[in-house]
Design a protein around this ligand. Structure first.
Ligand SMILES: Nc1ncnc2c1ncn2[C@@H]1O[C@H](COP(=O)(O)OP(=O)(O)OP(=O)(O)O)[C@@H](O)[C@H]1O
Ligand SMILES: [Mg+2]
Length: 389
């Protein structure tokens, strides 16, 4: 069998880095792209390209130069028109240009899931001005969550508890907006018991596969820690899988998806999904026989996935920077690693900024509580310092 081995990775963050390692283990040749040089995945890839991935001319030039068999987007900010064109030329786009197009904007995926597929999501509405926000808010009720339709990692997202919060929430959303549309989604605040990522694998041939659900804790709309497995009520677990299967099949293509859902006492509420490995799924590097990155690589190459199993309960915890700096030193790695079952992953980002994710600690434990405790302690031991050059 001949593998299509030339992969163009669009976005070279920490998730891309682990994907490159998995793909290279399977014999692929990877060209890693990002808008800044020396991004994490570029450090482990065969070749690199540094350019603005929203610029269609630049992306065309890079594709013509490298002639990839497969294009693997790792970020949301990509020109989807270009992806449709490459797909029509016979280049495999992961998971599919259509899936990328739907999930790039919160409104497109939400309309598909809630209106066309009839799946339960938070009640929602869209607004394009402060006054529209106020009228949608009347309808949704408080508390509510406001988010730019194009954003990630919690950027521009806030909770409004009264109408007095709408004006600052709108201003904040506009400041965190990517793209050219001033548009927000306003959502009912779901008072969930816990939230999960259900990693779902669409294969080229064969059935839809699931990892055990991953639970996580978010702050400022950004993931802080995650753990797997989470013991769910069996009826809700089945419901979560059905939702994930319906949505990922509607999107189409091959690869892993991170389906985010809120779990209430009696229900599963779909939130959003990533058509690629998910940051909370980093925990699978410790917990599973095949990590989410291995699964993504196998799924897109059409290789078999005979089994997905968990070795032991595991947890991950992020290590964040506290300031802007172009020089970062990681202290305490030795102390963190002195505990059995702990792993530390430094991403190698060339610069720091407040709350930027710079590393992650992983732990296996006898139980979820044990793994979470160990990883929380380990991440506290990693102290960043920022020497002046
Ligand atoms: N309607 C809601 N009700 C309650 N909590 C919410 C709601 N929407 C978002 N959140 C909280 O904010 C977090 C981030 O929201 P969301 O996933 O929509 O944004 P994001 O910017 O795409 O984040 P990420 O890129 O990290 O996944 C959620 O994981 C959840 O903890
Ligand atoms: Mg999210």
């Amino acid at each position: 069998m001949t593998l299509p081995t030339r992969i163009l990775l669009l976005g070279s963050g920490e998730l891309g880095k682990e994907f490159v390692i998995s793909a290279k283990r399977l014999g692929c040749y990877v060209i890693a792209c990002d808008s800044y040089d020396d991004a994490p995945a570029q450090q482990v890839a065969d070749q690199r390209e540094t350019f603005n991935m929203l610029d269609e001319h630049s992306i065309n030039t890079v594709v013509t130069k490298h002639k990839p068999d497969i294009i693997v987007p790792e970020i949301e900010a990509i020109r989807t028109e270009a992806l449709f064109k490459f797909e029509a030329q016979g280049i495999q786009v992961v998971p599919s240009a259509q899936a990328i197009n739907y999930t790039m904007n919160r409104d497109r995926i939400r309309d598909l899931v809630a209106n066309e597929l009839g799946i339960r999501t938070p009640r929602f509405g869209y607004a394009e001005s402060e006054s529209e926000c106020l009228s949608i808010a009347e309808h949704i009720g408080y508390p509510l969550v406001m988010k730019p339709v194009i954003s990630s990692s919690g950027k521009g997202q806030s909770v409004a508890t009264t109408s007095a919060d709408i004006s600052p929430a709108w201003e904040y959303a506009c400041s965190g907006m990517r793209g050219d549309r001033e548009r927000v989604i306003i959502e009912e605040f779901i008072n969930f018991e816990y939230e999960i990522t259900l990693l779902t694998v669409q294969q080229k041939t064969g059935e839809t596969l699931f990892c055990e659900p991953i639970a996580h804790r978010q702050e400022r709309g950004d993931y802080q820690e995650s753990w797997q497995p989470v013991i769910m009520n069996s009826k809700l677990a089945v419901q979560a899988k059905e939702i994930a299967k319906t949505v990922t099949e509607a999107l189409g293509g091959a690869g892993i998806f991170g389906v985010e859902m809120f779990i209430t006492k009696n229900d599963v509420v779909f939130s959003e999904l990533s058509p690629r490995p998910h940051d909370t799924g980093i925990v699978t590097l410790s917990s599973q026989n095949l990590s989410e990155f291995d699964l993504h690589a196998r799924a897109i190459l059409g290789l078999p996935i005979p089994e997905i199993s968990i070795h032991s309960p595991s947890a991950s915890h992020v290590v964040l920077a506290s300031q802007d700096a172009s020089n970062v030193v990681y202290n305490g790695i030795d102390e963190a690693l002195s505990v059995p079952g702990i792993e530390v992953m430094i991403f190698g980002k060339p610069t720091a900024r407040p709350n930027r994710r710079m590393a992650v600690c992983l732990a296996v434990g006898n139980s979820i509580e044990d793994a979470r405790f160990k990883v929380q302690e380990a991440s506290k031991k990693i102290q960043l310092s920022y020497p002046q050059e």
